[in-house]
Design a protein around this ligand. Structure first.
Ligand SMILES: *Cc1c(COP(=O)(O)O)cnc(C)c1O
Length: 315
């Protein structure tokens, strides 16, 4: 029960691939690559945030497939490099090779997201390196996300109109989930909608990213693919924010153990929607717990430093 309403939780945090750190959302998106990485590929190349979940999952993928992973990111602060922690530490311990760029070099190399086309550097022999756009925003993520859609579809009760709320970063998971659920609902008789919550970029930017990925991967009938409807409000990514903290606590009370950069933000958004609009009214809400739970401890440290969490609070 969340704000006196019954919410179903879809525990995708429990979904794993063999190997460490391939859990939750990224275990869906990288499933295809783990199974089908071409033999001749010896390097995976990607880019993104220096504490991102995708970075750790790629490092784990590299470890599991004995492939090197080269990852471009902005040079982290001195504190982190002298006290490696969180995902930065995990990725390094899995053997990732980080290539630091200055802020302007980074924006020059990666002017937009998603960068679906491979960057030309490193110029290894053709076919030897595999380009993974930031956050795994690629066609290859579709297979694992379709599995997620099948699992969700099967877990929804017949005759109960359901809205699936899922936290989104690049929107890759949401887009493919939405695409597959539409097809399943057309063929079957369930009524399910997918609503992503914009956690990393704002609504317009998320929509733009989904549209780019959609047109690069859409092979459906004529016309443009309908994108899922994005829920507001947006709170800047990975903020230390009392609204997020109280949503996190409320979810925990309700039996949903979430991360603080995706899950808790999405729960906050759900409760705001109930209060301020009727967009979720009249339908059962199924909340997707996308995982990322190994990040809770380091976010909690930031909340402690901000004086918002007491030392005694359990998490
Ligand atoms: C990466 C991630 C997401 C966002 O997935 P997108 O496909 O980029 O929208 C959501 N939740 C968690 C825990 C993640 O690690």
């Amino acid at each position: 029960m969340l704000a006196n309403k019954l919410v179903y939780q879809f525990r995708d945090d429990l979904h794993t691939l063999p190997g460490p750190y391939l859990t939750g959302n990224k275990s869906r998106k990288f499933k295809y690559l783990l199974k089908h990485l071409p033999d001749k590929v010896d390097t995976i190349v990607s880019h993104g945030g220096v504490q991102s979940n995708a970075m750790v999952a790629l490092a784990a993928l590299g470890m599991a497939t004995k492939t090197s992973v080269v990852y471009y990111c902005k040079k982290p602060g001195r504190w982190l490099t002298t006290n490696p922690s969180g995902n930065y530490h995990r990725a390094l311990s899995l053997g990732i090779e980080l290539r630091y760029l200055k802020n302007d070099e980074y924006s020059e190399k990666f002017p937009t997201t998603p960068m679906l086309q491979p960057i030309l550097d490193p110029p290894e022999e053709a076919g030897r390196s595999l380009w993974v756009p930031q956050g795994g925003a690629m066609k290859e993520a579709q297979e694992g996300c379709y599995d997620l859609a099948d699992d969700i579809y099967n877990s929804v009760q017949e005759g109960v109109p359901t809205t699936v709320v899922i936290p989104a970063g690049t929107g890759t998971t949401s887009l493919f989930l939405h695409r597959r659920i539409l097809d399943l609902c057309k063929a079957g008789d369930k009524d399910i909608k997918v609503f992503p919550v914009a956690c990393v970029a704002g609504r317009e930017d998320l929509e733009r990213q989904m549209r780019a990925l959609s047109s690069a991967t859409w092979s459906g009938e004529t016309g443009e693919e309908q994108l899922p409807k994005i829920l507001d409000p947006f709170i800047p990514f990975a903020s230390v924010d009392k609204r997020i903290l109280s949503a996190w606590r409320e979810a925990k009370e309700a039996g949903m153990y979430l991360d603080l950069v995706y899950g808790a933000v999405a729960v906050h958004t759900v409760t705001q929607c109930w209060k301020k609009s009727d967009i979720l009214n009249g339908r059962q809400v199924m909340f997707v717990n996308t995982g990322g739970l190994e990040g809770v401890a380091s976010m909690m440290n930031r909340y402690k430093h901000a004086g918002m969490v007491e030392d005694g609070e359990l998490y």
